[in-house]
Design a protein around this ligand. Structure first.
Ligand code: TXA
Ligand code: MG
Length: 321
């Protein structure tokens, strides 16, 4: 029997009940599908780590319905307030200090004193947050290290029935690439993961510099972010980036109006539109990840705007496993 449900009132109530019992429910967001669980329930959060086979030092994003709920959980400084007011609901995750009274499971913080919060823009995600009246831990609904899901069908393939019994279907994700993760924990804001909201847009709002974390400094600063693990977002087949052609056996993930010839090819955007490319990225990586393909060759993507987030994911997908 399919585990994919229409997000009508009846099924939203079913999903909310499941979450209250500590079960997991996958829900759509504007970025990617999340694997949701009650963020105040240690057992539910532990079940998320187990289902994803996620290294336990990697903390989880918590979804909330609005800023009022967020400021009950974490300390929002002036920058955090400005950014939340500008970009929520939307693809920006803010890492802030936990309030002493914060009821969230310590597991979502993976032992740190911070929490990552986001108000998603997808109406089904917001409806589920309202129906359950719970903050929802929600990492991308894929096994750790693998390609993130942008449709309900992707999610169904990732998990067994004992791990996940319900997936709310919200169609294909509009943005298709994960949220930007910004830490406001230190004096200078640090971009932990490029995503749906660009660094330039953030600098514009807070009027100050934003540092970019990299995998090397992560190891010394302890700013752990699993999205920052070098090998991540990986299909089964190897990935070759900045390709100008497709070699024998390779499938081509093209970009732009003039791709080189290839037997198996999908185009992220024929009009070189970066929003369209981001929305297609994970679904096309999955579609080209076929047994008779030796490698997925990906054409160069411009390093600007959403291109930074796309290239970040592609570099990790192409890193040695
Ligand atoms: O778009 C998204 O953000 C999706 C959708 C479902 O909302 N969620 C998502 O969650 O990508 P996840 O758990 O796969 O990614 C969480 C990112 C990771 O890079 C993690 O390390 C970082 O946020 N993160 C979470 N809590 C953190 C914390 N307290 N400090 C630093 N980084 C944190
Ligand atoms: Mg993920």
């Amino acid at each position: 029997m399919s585990r994919i449900f229409l997000p009508d009132q009846t099924n939203l109530a079913l999903a909310a009940n499941a979450l209250r019992r500590g079960a997991l429910v996958s829900f759509p967001t504007e970025t990617v599908y999340g694997l949701g669980g009650d963020a105040t329930n240690d057992r539910a959060v532990a079940a998320i780590y187990a289902a994803k086979d996620r290294p336990s030092f990697n903390p989880l994003i918590v979804h909330v319905p609005n800023l009022a709920v967020a400021i009950e959980l974490g300390d929002f400084n002036e920058d955090a307030m400005k950014l939340a007011q500008k970009f929520w609901p939307g693809p920006l995750t803010l890492v802030v200090k936990r309030k002493p009274t914060c009821p969230l499971s310590l597991l979502v913080s993976a032992g740190m004193d911070s929490i990552a919060l986001r108000v998603p823009a997808h109406p089904v995600a917001l409806a589920l947050l309202t129906a359950s009246n719970l903050p929802l831990a929600g990492p991308s609904a894929n096994a750790s290290g693998r390609v993130s899901p942008t449709t309900a069908q992707h999610v169904e393939k990732e998990f067994g029935v004992h791990q996940l019994s319900m997936i709310l279907n919200g169609g294909a994700c509009r943005i298709g690439i994960e949220s930007t993760v910004l830490s406001l924990f230190e004096q200078t804001p640090v971009l932990l993961r490029p995503g749906g909201v660009t660094r330039d847009a953030i600098v514009d709002i807070i009027g100050k510099d934003v540092e970019i974390a990299d995998a090397i400094t992560d190891q010394t600063t302890g700013l752990h972010s699993p999205g920052r693990l070098l090998s991540h977002y990986a299909p089964d087949r190897p990935v070759r980036i900045n390709a100008t052609n497709a070699m024998a056996g390779e499938a081509l993930l093209a970009f732009g109006p003039h791709p080189p010839a290839a037997k198996i090819m999908l185009n992220l955007s024929e009009t070189s539109n970066l929003e369209e490319a981001a929305a297609n990225l994970f679904a096309m990586l999955r579609a080209l990840d076929q047994p008779d393909v030796s490698c997925i060759a990906v054409m160069k993507i411009p390093q600007q705007g959403l291109g930074l987030a796309i290239n970040d994911r592609l570099q990790r997908a192409a890193s040695p496993r």
